[in-house]
Design a binder for this molecule. Sequence first.
Ligand code: NDP
Length: 265
Amino acid sequence: MIIDGKAIAAQVKASLQGSNAKLAVIMVGDDPASSVYVRNKERACAEVDIQSCSRRLPATASTEEVIASIAELSAWADGILVQLPLPEHIDEKKVLGAIPPEKDVDCFHPYNIGKLLTGETGLRPCTPAGILHLLGDVSGKRCVIVGRSNIVGKPLALMLLQADATVTVCHSKTRDLASYTRQADVLISAVGKPRFITADMVKAGAVVIDVGINRDKNGKLCGDVAFEEVAAKVSAITPVPGGVGPMTVAMLLKNTVEAASYQKR
Ligand code: NDP
């Protein structure tokens, strides 16, 4: 089975209509990939009647200027996100820490990460939340994550653990990676390398979630998983594009609606 992330994301979006929530997006510089992501987010907001406002700051903006924009937009927005990566001279930790936690729809603020760790209710990071939505019940399942970034691998591990999965996190220093991935009932790859997960690394009948967004040697969008050969062996797999990507955007919208409802309480 190919897991249709686009269709499932559409269902999530349909449930969010009519919220009148407001999202502010801050982008610094003109990284082409970030511009595409910001445009997609604006478009997605329009689909579900979330008002969006994007502020583009020049690549030369200072940390203080980015923080000043956050403060200014906070007066209007229910949710605020700062598109990453930021130019190197900007203090990312300071910027993310300046987003009011109740408006932190990406869930990068240390307060929200703390709540995630202790399992308190609250906003959850978008990509891991989208993956959990796709997976449904993972109780008792052996989940192996390849990648330990703060955006995907680490928060996903915490959320799977909270959902009663048995979780292993692998990374670039893991010895004999395939010996772990082959044990997975659910294998999630968030590495960022095309054709990184091959059929010999996967257990027959497993569920495979491909988080990677890469370009192959012909410039075509692809994930981390060698799709054709792995799809032939597993019970379910997400495609790239059309898998985790649309779910991430849907979860951002869901978080915005949730943030708005927290603030109205
Ligand atoms: P990072 O580059 O931050 O992390 C990559 C991870 O992969 C690291 O933990 C790294 O290990 C690990 N890794 C690298 N090489 C190997 C190896 N040979 N064996 C095992 N592990 C390895 O990436 P992100 O988590 O930010 O993103 C990962 C991918 O997911 C990218 O393609 C990105 O574009 C995509 N992405 C997709 C999203 C979506 O919505 N679909 C959202 C976010 C990201 P180490 O820590 O040891 O360096």
